[in-house]
Design a protein around this ligand. Structure first.
Ligand code: G1P
Length: 297
């Protein structure tokens, strides 16, 4: 996969039941960490990795994501008239000009593998990224210029001509929440995957190295997804198609540089918010004081 990464898929058709009742009307990807929705962090990471085509696999209820990346003419002209140029730049800056968005509908919630397969007509036969916006990954303060996880992975995929999947260690008793890999180390951060299995029970998990929501995959994965039958949870699993890919191509598990927050649950979202507040020069001191005041509760 020496080709440059241009396309990134965002599976965003999930119902977000962990955040009900808010998610009755707010897409979970629109939940904010400070002032930016989760999807903005995910998109920024994809753009940082070189993507110019963003493919959102969505459902018929989720208009907010398309609206968010669209122009907001009325708001923009009001901000321009009142000279609020900083805010105007912020509103216009959700997406760089060279980047385009494509929206694809997943007609039925048949699993992550099925969601990714819905992007096939747009991706075609080239390497592409997958970013699950629930997994927020930060590598240093915003604007500090450190490469995001997906950029690190795209560079490795190009230099090694391999698929790359982000992994991190999780507590043994949580293997049943993740895809788990068995891999042989090839460098400090990368390991060649021998086996990958979706949500194994701790007793049978081959390791505690878990897939987190970043993938760089070859276009070939679509043909394998087409043949993939329902697996864990009765869903068509991306993990199962990757397992089939292993007999044809090298796929690396990559321990990215950065910190990951599982914003698919409430505690993860709280942690991400505190982390970002501590990295924000305007909020850091007050947040630190507040956290210290909580220490004795
Ligand atoms: C999905 C994948 C799983 C991966 C996880 C990372 O599971 O199927 O392999 O470990 O994302 O967040 P989900 O969280 O959608 O159940």
């Amino acid at each position: 996969m020496s080709q440059r990464l241009r396309k990134v898929v965002f599976p965003v058709a999930g119902l977000g039941t962990r955040f009900l009742p808010a998610t009755k009307v707010v897409a979970k990807e629109m939940l904010p960490v400070l002032d930016r929705p989760l999807i903005q962090y995910a998109v920024d990471e994809a753009v940082d990795a070189g993507a110019d085509t963003l493919i959102f696999v969505t459902n018929r209820y989720k208009h907010a994501i398309a609206d968010y990346f669209d122009r907001a003419y009325e708001l923009e002209s009001k901000l321009a008239q009142s000279g609020k140029n900083d805010l105007l730049a912020m509103v216009q800056g959700t997406l760089p000009r060279h980047v385009r968005c494509v929206f694809v509908t997943q007609p039925e919630a048949l699993g992550l593998g099925h969601a990714v397969l819905c992007a096939k007509p747009v991706v075609g036969d080239e390497p592409f990224g997958v970013v699950l916006p629930d997994d927020l990954i930060v590598n240093g303060p915003t604007g500090a210029g450190r490469p995001g996880a997906l950029r690190q992975m795209a560079e490795l995929a190009a230099s090694e001509n391999a698929g790359v999947i982000a992994v991190e260690e999780v507590p043994r008793d949580q293997t049943n929440k993740y895809g788990i890999v068995d891999a042989t180390p090839v460098s400090e951060r990368a390991a060649k995957i021998k086996l990958v299995v979706e949500k194994p029970k701790p007793e049978v998990a081959p390791s505690n190295l878990a897939i987190v929501g970043r993938y760089v995959l070859p276009g070939r994965i679509f043909e394998l997804l087409e043949k993939t039958t329902p697996g864990a949870g009765g869903e068509i699993q991306l993990t199962d198609a990757i397992e089939s890919l292993l007999s044809e191509q090298s796929v690396l598990a990559y321990r990215f540089e950065g910190t990951r927050f599982d914003c698919g649950n409430k505690l993860g979202l709280v942690k991400a918010t505190l982390h970002m507040a501590l990295e924000d020069p305007q909020l850091a001191d007050a947040t630190r004081k507040f956290m210290a005041s909580l220490a004795n509760r």
